[in-house]
Design a protein around this ligand. Structure first.
Ligand SMILES: C[S@@+](CC[C@H](N)C(=O)[O-])C[C@H]1O[C@@H](n2cnc3c(N)ncnc32)[C@H](O)[C@@H]1O
Length: 368
């Protein structure tokens, strides 16, 4: 072969090219609202017609066709009243939309592995495994956050998936779960006392990936102002990015104006889902994706819920009840769990209000 005529493309040169490639970035200012505006400006008869349910379901399919092509369709169900669908107040999306002053991921800082085929959980050189290691090694057997079936085996620890700079095979590598999208079957269904909720339409195994809590990615101070407005309306979709491996809360995901089915997950004092930070193409440790995973096996028709308290109620201490009691913004909780206190925080609880001793306690209990 004449190499001067046919330049050889190596993985290194391809990776260099990738670093110059402009990854798609979505800005909150570009969120589409024309469909909602049209529907909301229509008369009550049109808005209340059952056909609007099909329009809602079709919108979900259309807006997610690219990022979850194989996901089971989401059905909208209402056996409680005549409302055909949840309110047309948000753009259905699995993506993260950057708010004002939020920089896109700096992919020049993204470290990828050089593994061939599927990454080996026993590898001593895989860069992604090395990133995962400090969060895993003291509690679990070494390896990735997922088992061979793609189920989370390290609840509580951040997940570091293989990314766009990795040489491993996208289809074969077992360290790519969140990026392959939703596989679980769920419906969005009206509840008698909590508004709309999310229900399993097929059994969901413990550790299964449920979905990314998508929406607007905002600075915390912007959300303080939004939170006051939402608290007055009695409904909030703000989720603090607030984990033990991070410092002060800097960012919040707001699913009010943009989001997917995960924005309908209600609070429970005995939750079957949990929020886990996950890193894919974002090198900044302060900016994980907020992902939801099943905490235990979930039966057909069971409601999917997580704890808005921001900590696992299994690990709660008496001091937490005091924080709840002292917090002026609490609302009634209708989760119906046997351990329900009857109250829930209207905004997600900030673990930074916990004492240092309590934090260590929470770490220990979560990891043992
Ligand atoms: C993230 S949204 C969940 C979806 C919401 N049910 C809806 O219809 O859009 C959070 C809001 O749901 C309601 N909610 C969630 N969990 C609840 C619970 N356990 N008891 C009562 N209301 C709840 C509250 O209005 C809360 O502000």
């Amino acid at each position: 072969m004449n190499e001067s005529l046919y330049p050889v493309m190596t993985w290194d040169s391809y990776r260099r090219d990738l670093r110059n490639f402009q990854f798609p970035v979505y800005y909150a200012k570009d969120l589409a609202s024309s469909l909602h505006d049209y529907i909301n400006a229509s008369d009550e008869y049109f808005r209340g017609s059952l056909h609007m349910r099909q329009v809602f379901e079709s919108t979900i399919l259309e807006n997610t066709a690219e990022d979850e092509p194989d996901a089971p369709p989401i059905e909208v169900v209402n056996d409680v009243d005549a409302e055909p669908s949840p309110p047309w107040e948000f753009y259905y999306t699995n993506k993260i939309w950057l708010g004002e002053g939020i920089d896109p991921p700096d992919v020049t800082q993204l470290v990828g592995c050089d593994c061939k085929g599927k990454c080996d959980p026993k590898s001593t050189t895989c860069a992604c495994l090395l990133r995962q290691k400090p969060f895993v090694e003291t509690v679990w057997a070494p390896g990735f956050a997922y088992d061979h079936k793609g189920r989370l085996r390290t609840p509580g620890a951040p997940i570091f998936e293989c990314n766009a700079m990795c040489a491993c095979d996208d289809d074969e590598c077992k360290n790519r779960v969140v990026q392959h999208g939703r596989k679980v079957s769920v419906s969005i269904k009206k509840t008698p006392k909590k508004g709309w909720g999310v229900f399993a339409t097929k059994r969901i195994a413990k550790g299964s990936f449920i979905g990314v809590y998508s929406g607007e990615f905002l600075k915390d101070d912007v959300c303080e102002r939004r939170g006051l407005v939402y608290d007055k309306s009695g409904r909030t979709y703000l989720l603090d990015i607030d984990f033990y491996h991070l410092g002060e809360t800097k960012y919040v995901v707001d699913a009010y104006h943009a989001g997917n089915f995960t924005r309908f997950l209600n609070n429970s004092c005995n939750p079957n889902c949990q929020v886990v930070p996950c890193y894919i193409n974002e090198p900044d440790i302060e900016k994980p994706l907020m992902t939801l995973f099943a905490k235990r096996d979930i039966a057909v028709a069971e409601e999917l819920c997580f704890s808005y308290q921001g900590y696992d109620p299994d690990t709660a201490e008496p001091g937490d009840a005091a924080i709840m009691a002292n917090n002026s913004i609490t609302n009634k909780c209708f989760c119906g769990a046997p351990n329900c206190t009857g109250r829930r925080l209207s905004r997600p609880f900030s673990p930074h209000e916990l004492t240092q001793t309590h934090r260590i306690y929470v770490w220990l209990v979560a990891y043992l």
